[in-house]
Unconditional design. Structure first.
Length: 113
């Protein structure tokens, strides 16, 4: 199983980005998909997640700004990030639970003026 994340970049405070993560290499159902991030010198933290049934959860600091969604037909996970803040700067990783947990390569998000 492979996870390919994309969509990161450099954006000014208040700007928006949309991250995507495509899951490939498995015919099994994806039970859970989520986004995590890791800033320099900090531990990786949960940002947002969504179950196969559509139940979503968010880190408190991103609620109202970030929206997670998934396209089951395309095995793709999205993270729409609005009103970005400098503290959102991190490497963002996608995670999927199929038969076990899998991680994708990260995509860098930098919020700076």
């Amino acid at each position: 199983v492979q996870l390919q994340a994309s969509g990161g970049g450099l954006v000014q405070p208040g700007g928006s980005l949309r991250l995507s993560c495509v899951v490939s290499g498995s015919q099994l159902s994806i039970h859970f998909m989520g986004w995590y991030r890791q800033a320099p010198g900090k531990e990786r933290e949960f940002v947002a997640g969504i179950t196969s049934g559509g139940v979503m959860d968010y880190l408190d600091s991103v609620k109202g700004r970030f929206t997670i969604s998934r396209d089951n037909a395309k095995s793709t996970l999205y993270l729409q990030m609005n009103d970005l803040k400098p503290e959102d700067t991190a490497v963002y990783y996608c995670h999927a639970i199929v038969d076990r947990g899998y991680w994708g390569w990260g995509t860098q998000v930098t919020v700076s003026s």
